[in-house]
Design a protein around this ligand. Structure first.
Ligand SMILES: NC(=O)c1ccc[n+]([C@@H]2O[C@H](COP(=O)([O-])OP(=O)(O)OC[C@H]3O[C@@H](n4cnc5c(N)ncnc54)[C@H](OP(=O)(O)O)[C@@H]3O)[C@@H](O)[C@H]2O)c1
Length: 280
């Protein structure tokens, strides 16, 4: 790896070495650019390396990474360690949503969803932990979703992955906090990124059984106005990195807090009815 060429943007905290997955688009790309501007040493990682050119232009670094390939994950972490000697922050952001009726989704499609959103995040975490433990410092931000608290029809596989992210992150906090490592959840609401396009493609590809057609149609027509800009999440990520004592979870985007509160307050069946009324 070549010598770092650090950006000289405004600094909110001492520069940190940050590895962020899924930096070729959406939340990951916006956050990588904002963190570079804040003066951090940022390594963006994704499969589409060419789509991360803006990071290089801004003074950051890019790495090829497929979170379904073990060798690729090992190599990415190794490259950052070789170049910088440390990793202060890992942001596990790579992810997508496969939507469709449970009856319709082939097991192979479901398995791939788990590989990216769960196994990739868990392996990247496992790979950075020994370095952070040796440093006696580090922070891991796992991008969950409001979908890690609430549930929508046709989203069983996706919600399952985000509920995993929440449980995994909270449990791991109890293992590593006394070693100087902080585990933080970031829970975005609906954000205007490449996410909806991927979700819609998955929905169309998976749709088979006519009995679920009203739900498929309802989701396709869901209100796009509910989306927030990726900068909303990027701000929460910056806060989670610069705070001396980060919160355990940062919710970001329109309705994220409201939906969380409703989910906690409303009886299960009432909440179910409310969600169904939004998509039918
Ligand atoms: N947008 C929302 O409404 C929303 C809401 C809540 C949570 N989230 C979460 O936010 C995270 C980022 O999503 P986004 O909204 O920014 O979507 P996006 O624009 O589609 O970006 C997804 C990123 O994940 C990367 N990725 C996908 N599969 C990968 C793989 N196998 N290996 C490495 N990288 C992979 C993609 O890069 P490559 O394709 O180049 O590899 C891309 O950079 C996801 O975890 C998502 O679940 C999004």
């Amino acid at each position: 790896m070549t010598t770092s060429h650090h950006a000289t943007g405004p600094k909110r905290s001492a520069p940190k070495v940050i590895l962020i997955t899924g930096a070729s688009s959406g939340i990951g790309q916006q956050s990588a650019l904002d963190l570079i501007r804040e003066g951090h040493i940022v390594y963006g990682a994704a499969r589409r390396v060419e789509a991360m050119a803006p990071l290089i232009e801004a003074g950051g670094h890019t790495l090829a990474l497929d979170v379904t390939e073990d060798a690729s994950m090992v190599a990415a972490v190794q490259q950052v360690i070789e170049a910088e000697g440390r990793i202060d922050v890992l942001i596990n952001n790579a992810g997508y949503a496969t939507y469709g009726a449970v009856e319709d989704i082939p097991m192979e499609t479901g398995r791939r969803q788990l590989e990216v959103n769960i196994m990739g995040l868990a392996r990247m975490t496992q790979l950075v932990l020994p370095h952070m433990r040796a440093q006696q410092a580090g922070r891991i931000l796992n991008i969950s979703s409001i979908g890690g608290t609430i549930h929508t029809p046709l989203g069983a596989w996706y919600h399952g992955t985000k509920f995993f992210v929440e449980g995994f992150t909270n449990a791991l906090r109890l293992e590593v906090e006394d070693k100087g490592i902080q585990m933080v959840l970031i829970a975005p609401g609906l954000i205007d990124t490449g996410f909806s396009e991927v979700l819609t493609k998955e929905l169309t590809r998976n749709e088979k059984e006519p009995a679920y057609k009203p739900l498929y149609d309802g989701l396709r027509n869901a209100d796009a106005q509910a989306q927030s800009a990726p900068g909303t999440v990027s701000k929460a990520i910056s806060k989670a990195i610069s705070a001396r004592h980060p919160k355990t979870i940062y919710r970001a985007g329109k309705y994220a807090n409201l939906l969380y509160v409703l989910r906690r307050l409303l009886p299960h069946r009432v909440f179910d009815k409310m969600v169904l009324s939004m998509v039918k």
